[in-house]
Design a protein around this ligand. Sequence first.
Ligand code: MN
Length: 287
Amino acid sequence: MTYRTVAHIIQGEPMQMGQTAIKQALPTVRVQQIDPFLLLHHFGPTSAEPGVDPLAVGPHPHRGFEPVTFLYSGGIRHRDSRDNTGWLNGGDVQWMTAGRGIIHSEMASPQFVENGGVMEGIQLWINLPKSHKMTQPDYQDIKSEQIPAWTSPDGLASLRVVAGQYRDIKGPARTFTPILALQVSLEEGGEIDIDLPADHNALFYILDGDVQFNNNFSYGDSTLIHLRNDGEGIHLKGLATSRILVLSGQPIDEPVAQYGPFVMNTQTELLEAMRDYQMGKMGVYID
Ligand code: MN
């Protein structure tokens, strides 16, 4: 296999979003998007005492893309204006299609607030092509046990296929454009080769650990590696216990107009989104 090389090394920037300490790896000043990936936030790990909601993201709208949550640890209650209620626990994935518009909140689950614990996850925004921006909103509540896994013969490397395909294992998420999303875990000495489709843009984000890339340099906590489109795949080796999210996707290659939680193709469409939100066309959020 020929390996892809590094286009950008991005250190997740620590910031505070409401109650939550996050690291923002995308967008950055240098890299606005890795088409079709618009945003990558790593929230936590945050240790919360009983009685505290470390998330507490109140109702807000989205249009024109897919907000995806990979929960690594903790408990979240999602509620939205299309009558969906979702309960996420560590290992679960919430794949939301905002489409023409949805209003949702993400709070720590009552069980989490009662017991306290560690909240950690990744929020990823995946763009939708113009032809699907105004699609009906959808909500995929993907439980940990629905996500198929692969483990290396030595047991030191494993991955879960959330979307797309690894070897002959297919992930459960339905997507509008071809997407690969793999949650990789490496123990010290664990190694893995991952094929990446030639026409996909690709990156990987290291939540924590020490990962040697293509038998060359190694990278650590909260680092996003944006890959060039110049090879068939990548090779990852754990120099310590490491968790990595590997993402690739076919570029949409259309203009991006963004205003906060709305991602469209033109300024006019953003104005329409704001107007439609104010007129209640994204549904009514009832708590
Ligand atoms: Mn949201």
